[in-house]
Design a binder for this molecule. Structure first.
Ligand code: MN
Length: 260
């Protein structure tokens, strides 16, 4: 495949919302790749929205500047709004989603609005990359955006030089390390966290009625070698090529035999 003719048009989205620091970081990253960069991102934080569509509410569009728009909707709504409406006369060559505040690894892949934004780009026929910055394991509350800023432009260029197979989404996670302390880049498989990290926490309102929060226990899982988790824990950038086709081939064969 020949590289895209310059200037590459890039559409940015995220799930943390239009005002998120990670989106500002992503604009800086994209500015190093092209001067034709557009932002269409959710008005509010949509973390955990996964690949949802707003089907029972209108999509309100707010223009922030010539090339930046907020959508009252999900990351998926935003990418569709960008590709099918705002940029319909000259489609983007690349969709970047992120940079998410926190890693999107293992089963996060199924919850993540960040990754869903990239999946939507792929469904619309555009090469798409999800970018997330891990934080929290080393005790700090600050997110090391500088790590993603330093490493993402070069990594994205190298990924774009690869021949992309159809239905592929690249899931990139940056480790919770300073940019200079990153060990390198590993191509990984989707990992699996220890079970039981997600719990229901009960509280009581002023009337004594119970209400509930989802509670995430933030600790490291025992990660298998070669996974996204193991790579990021050890200070590597993780690149996991994901595939839109969720068919479980080995199981399909078993079920076919059973049902034959
Ligand atoms: Mn998020």
């Amino acid at each position: 495949m020949s590289p895209s003719p310059a200037p590459m048009r890039i559409l940015l989205t995220n799930d943390d919302g239009i005002d998120a620091p990670g989106l500002h970081a992503l604009r800086e990253i994209a500015a190093q790749l092209s001067d034709d960069v557009w932002v269409v991102a959710p008005e509010t934080n949509q973390s955990g929205a996964s690949h949802s569509l707003s089907m029972h509410e209108p999509l309100r569009l707010r223009r922030l500047d010539e090339r930046a728009f907020a959508v009252r909707g999900t990351p998926t709504d935003s990418v569709i709004m960008g590709v099918r409406h705002i940029l319909k006369d000259k489609l983007p060559d690349l969709v970047l989603s992120g940079v998410n505040r926190g890693a999107n690894m293992a089963e996060d892949v199924t919850y993540s609005g960040t990754i869903a934004g990239a999946f939507e780009g792929t469904i619309l026929g555009i090469r798409s990359i999800a970018l997330s910055q891990a934080f929290g394991f080393s005790g700090g509350k600050t997110v090391r955006w500088q790590t993603a800023l330093a490493h993402a432009p070069g990594l994205i260029r190298r990924l774009l030089a690869t021949e992309w197979m159809p239905s592929c989404v690249m899931n990139v996670n940056f480790p919770d390390r300073d940019a200079d302390d990153v060990e390198g880049t590993l191509v990984t498989v989707q990992g699996r966290r220890d079970p039981g990290l997600l719990q229901i926490e009960e509280r009581h309102d002023t009337w004594g009625n119970p209400y509930y929060w989802l509670a995430f226990e933030r600790r490291r899982s025992s990660a298998a070698e070669g996974t996204d988790l193991a790579a990021v824990y050890a200070g590597h950038i993780s690149v996991t090529p994901l595939f839109l086709d969720l068919t479980y081939q080995a199981m399909r064969e078993k079920v076919s035999r059973t049902l034959a």
